[in-house]
Design a protein around this ligand. Structure first.
Ligand SMILES: [Fe+2]
Ligand SMILES: [Fe+2]
Length: 396
């Protein structure tokens, strides 16, 4: 790139702090060999400027006089201070790898040399990007709700004892699952390069959604007597997701397998809830989850399309998880019974039998929908079906 000349009009600013602040910055923002034409009303600056340039490693070229004004021509001889990357692209031309010099500055900014290296480990587009990310973030901002004010908590009636207990138990289960959905993306957030800043912004909105779900489901549990039992089975299942260290595997387990299944679960609960405030909070939470699933699906689909071998990571994480959970536990019977009571409307033999049948239908629906989502990510039907069947009976 050829040298440029930059004009620095200092007028009647005398030698002093302001004068040298502007001159320092003019040099800092120039590239090596660029010229700076310093314009001043003072004709006696040559000695000072020569000494400044000599001290700073810059060059004094000449002094020119014209119509009562003095122009001092200086040249940047020290190294260029800022890294002018060639690619400062917009999202349509994003590089496949984030530049490691970016630090915490946003894509498009120009970094000063010598700034610290952050070594973000999630720095490749294939690992984290999703084509629909900007739209999902916009949707998320438009769909925010307030768990305190948007739910008519005082309109929730009191039901029979069995139903109240089932609601409180289900809400307790939902809350612990929501904590997992909150902590998992949080773990990865600070490892993502700001070059792909849309991803941390979306994940932050997901984290905000999960915090709201925790609040809303806790409030609903308290409206029915308070939090109930947390089972080892649920915690073991969530732990296998919580401790996953690979973003791709974790995103797959959480957003597609877990939250995808939760969409069906929340829809089931919404259908069988008997009051409008409970229906509404389940519906709002489900809509949030749909965005989370949409991010995960696009991310995984994109990654698999770019590198079909990544299917091995999916098989590995799903089947190992199944094997581990099979050895430890099966389904959470306490949760399943609560779902039967909830869907049946009570714990009489007749009601619980009705609820049990509905639950069986739900499990089949979850299984079918998981297979469908996996196929939409580009996974062949037979494998998609096997993966779906291997999903944890805890749902998340
Ligand atoms: Fe959630
Ligand atoms: Fe979620």
């Amino acid at each position: 790139m050829s040298a440029s000349t930059h004009s620095l009009v200092l007028g009647d600013i005398p030698l002093g702090k302001l004068f040298f602040m502007r001159l320092d910055n003019a040099f800092a923002l120039s590239r090596t060999e660029d010229m700076i034409a310093l314009v001043s009303v003072y004709g006696d600056l040559e000695a000072e400027l020569r000494s400044y340039c000599s001290f700073k490693g810059e060059g004094f070229v000449e002094k020119r006089t014209s119509k009562g004004c003095f122009t001092y021509i200086l040249q940047k001889r020290s190294d260029t201070n800022f890294i002018h990357l060639l690619s400062q692209g917009e999202s349509c031309t994003l590089d496949a790898l984030a530049p490691d010099t970016l630090g915490l500055s946003a894509r498009g900014s120009i970094q000063e040399l010598g700034s610290p290296r952050y070594n973000f480990t999630l720095n490749s587009k294939d690992e984290i990007w999703s084509k629909n990310i900007t739209k999902l973030h916009e949707d998320s901002k438009n769909a925010q709700w307030n768990a305190t004010y948007d739910i008519a908590w005082n309109e929730i009636p009191t039901y029979n004892d069995a139903l109240e207990k089932s609601i409180a138990r289900i809400m307790t289960y939902l809350v612990e699952n929501e904590f997992c959905a909150l902590y998992v993306p949080t773990k990865f957030l600070s490892h993502i390069s700001p070059y792909y800043y849309e991803v941390p912004l979306l994940l932050s909105s997901i984290i905000g959604d999960e915090a709201r779900h925790i609040e809303a489901f806790s409030k609903r549990a308290f409206a029915s007597g308070g939090l109930q039992y947390s089972t080892r089975t649920t915690q073991q299942s969530l732990y296998t997701l919580f401790q996953e260290k690979n973003y791709f595997k974790s995103s797959f387990l959480l957003h597609i397998m877990g939250e995808g299944t939760f969409i069906d679960l929340l829809h089931f609960l919404e259908t069988h809830a008997k009051d409008e405030p409970t229906k509404k909070l389940l519906c709002l939470a489900r809509r949030d989850e749909m965005r989370h699933v949409a991010y995960g699906m696009s991310n995984i689909k994109n990654a698999l399309a770019r590198n079909p071998h990544k299917i091995e990571l999916i098989k590995d994480v799903v089947f190992k998880r199944k094997q581990y959970l099979d050895e430890l536990s099966g389904e959470s019977n306490l949760l399943l019974e609560s779902l039967c009571v909830f869907a049946g409307g009570g714990d009489s033999v007749r009601e619980i039998k009705i609820g049990f049948e509905k639950l069986e239908v739900l499990k089949l629906k979850m299984q079918k929908n998981r297979t469908k989502r996996l196929m939409e990510c580009g996974i062949a039907e037979e494998l998609a079906d096997d993966l779906s069947k291997a999903h944890t009976p805890n749902f998340m």
